[in-house]
Design a protein around this ligand. Structure first.
Ligand SMILES: Nc1ncnc2c1ncn2[C@@H]1O[C@H](COP(=O)(O)OP(=O)(O)O)[C@@H](O)[C@H]1O
Ligand SMILES: [Mg+2]
Length: 236
């Protein structure tokens, strides 16, 4: 047998408690989890089970109440705001359920923004953005303002933005949640293809059985705990 792939993500004893108006919500109640490089993993669980919280913590968009989180070689649980921002830019692509695109910009400009932050020079930027938009089937609509695109097209821009920097880890929070089944399937196919072609580690959340079916490994989350961790074969 070959050696297992290196660790992409490692969480130990991660808890997250939100405090609002004097009362506490225990969103994550002790998560231990490792993902290896190149895995394609679905985080499944009902609404309120903690999926978004867990993805936000791994993406360093938020800090855990306790426990440690490592992504690649980096311990991220104790980073300052500025260090977190640098880490996000370098190491992760995040696809939000509600797209989070910049409305006044075109699809091209939304995707280009990532490479601007990374200091990639103009001609390489243009070439990489167009290649990525072509990969998601949006080359023709590159210059259209994102508010003039359909939901499925906007989500494809959001996926292109998450992937254009070639991050080793992609986190996608219900990336098909706001889409009809045809558009949803094209998004999950695209993530799967990038995983297979580039070896990108992908962790996505969903509660749709048709979308969960694409994963090699399914983590079930219930009340902030992982209640099942199973492998599955034969994705569509
Ligand atoms: N910013 C927040 N402030 C207070 N409670 C929150 C916040 N975000 C999530 N929660 C609560 O934490 C729990 C888990 O939420 P979430 O991670 O969004 O679950 P999911 O994505 O699976 O629907 C829920 O009870 C939710 O109400
Ligand atoms: Mg959520």
């Amino acid at each position: 047998m070959s050696d297992p792939a290196p660790l992409a993500v490692a969480l130990q004893g991660v808890t997250m408690t939100y405090r609002t108006n004097g009362h506490a919500v225990h969103a994550l109640a002790g998560i231990d989890l490792t993902l290896r490089q190149g895995e394609f993993v679905c985080l499944a669980g009902p609404s309120g089970s903690g999926k978004s919280t867990l993805l936000h913590l791994i993406g360093s968009l938020d800090q855990p109440t306790s426990g440690t989180i490592r992504v690649g070689e980096q311990e991220i649980s104790g980073l300052s705001r500025q260090e977190s921002a640098l880490f996000r830019r370098r190491a992760t692509g995040f696809v939000f359920q509600t797209f989070n695109l910049i409305p006044v910009l075109s699809g091209f400009e939304n995707v280009e923004y990532v490479l601007l932050l990374q200091g990639v020079e103009t001609s390489e930027r243009r070439q990489r953005v167009m290649a990525m938009l072509a990969a998601v089937g949006l080359a023709e609509l590159a210059d259209r303002r994102v508010t003039e695109l359909s939901g499925g097209q906007q989500q494809r821009v959001a996926v292109a933005r998450a992937l254009v920097g070639n991050p080793p880890l992609v986190l996608a929070d219900e990336p098909t949640g706001n889409l009809d089944s045809t558009n949803g399937e094209s998004i999950i196919r695209l993530l799967r293809r990038l995983n297979e072609e580039r070896g990108t580690t992908v962790l996505y959340s969903s509660h749709d059985p048709r979308i969960i079916a694409w994963a090699d490994r399914v983590l079930s989350l219930q009340d902030g705990r992982i209640t099942e961790d199973r492998q599955q074969t034969g994705h569509p």
